[in-house]
Ligand binder design. Sequence first.
Ligand code: NAD
Length: 423
Amino acid sequence: MATDLFSTARERLEDAARYLDIERDIIDQLRYPKETLAATLLVRMDDGSRKAFKSWRCRYDDTRGPTKGGIRFHPAVNVDEVMTLAFWMTFKCAVVNIPFGGAKGGVSVDVKTLSRAELERLSRVYVEAFSRFIGPERDIPAPDMYTNGIVMAWMADEYGTITGHPSPAIITGKPVALGGSLGRDDATGRGGFYILRHLGEDLGVSSDKSRIVLQGFGNASFHCARLLHDDGYRIIGLSDSTSAIYDPDGMNPYAVMEHKERTGHVAGAPTHGNARQLDNAELLETECDVLIPAAVENQITEANAARIKAPVILELANGPTTPAGDAILDKKGTVVVPDILANSGGVTVSYFEWVQNKAGYYWPVEEVHSRLKAILEPETRRVWEVARDKAVSVRTAAYVHALERIGHAVEARGTKAFFNQKN
Ligand code: NAD
């Protein structure tokens, strides 16, 4: 069994290939990234010194189109993680048929130690270093952990300075005032909501009887929670990085968010009076109908998977379940709607942002919502059918569905079978 993150992620590729009649050269192409560039970023600090930061950008595969993926600013960022995230992006874009390949970037930095001006300089230096690697038709970055709309605005501006003209399509997740798309802010949570509702009958989940627990209460989690709440689902558990709250009678996510914005925590938020405070680990193991991990990686592992009671898990976070945890859930019959499908609403609306930037024509939010739904529902149905037809987990089915699509794109330029045909 592989131990590094990238090799572990790549096991999904071999696993999916077992269920497809696919040529070996296609798998070989996808075993390693197309290209990865490392750069040392030298940034002038406020005290006049110059500090060096390690950084990377990986374009994993561009067979289906320009590569797409976020830029992460975090002290733990390394090349193994960047390649893994780029691999996941490749499959995420393919699973929902977005005409992009996968990419990812990162800088090893603790942004909490930087002033705002230093953060701006770091963001601009990143674009300078990778200006020939990225491009509106080549590789389109976006926000990820500890990067946000203003970082994207600085990066787009820097790219425009280098090219000599504004290029909003270079990056997505921009503020709306600078060419960002309406509906991007809640797209990940909304996508998860559409997918869960679409599979409701298949999963035995419905708004009148299903209890939901969400781990995390940030962008993805809050919007998913509020849409589920508005639709009648009962939100019985929520958490942040410090604590978790549980109320079997349900809680109002808007009130919890208002409390969190005021106090910095979900703890102590208004509930129905039957609330209890739990620790984060207990929340994951709470009895509920749907568990939605929406915080960080590696939360469901071989250490706790056996104790997870939820029969359905919707992975809004990237990589919340380890392969060992996944195997335990699979054996128990837990249905896991995997990250590459469950959180694909985000990249789908990023794609819409790129389309609008290139067209110079901007859509009303209702159009963004209806187009998002029109993409996610049929692709979710297809993944569900693959899982049923091949008797595999929904995760394996999502990889099979995506790999088949990437495989068709590679085959369209010819493979061994084509070149060995006699006529
Ligand atoms: P965010 O920073 O807005 O929110 C993260 C939340 O998780 C915060 O409430 C934080 O307090 C909480 N948290 C952190 N560590 C925790 C822990 N150990 N236990 C419980 N809660 C913890 O981030 P986000 O944008 O909502 O992203 C959340 C996840 O969704 C990430 O895995 C991200 O990669 C994934 N994702 C997000 C998007 C998007 O568009 N925002 C798209 C695709 C995937």
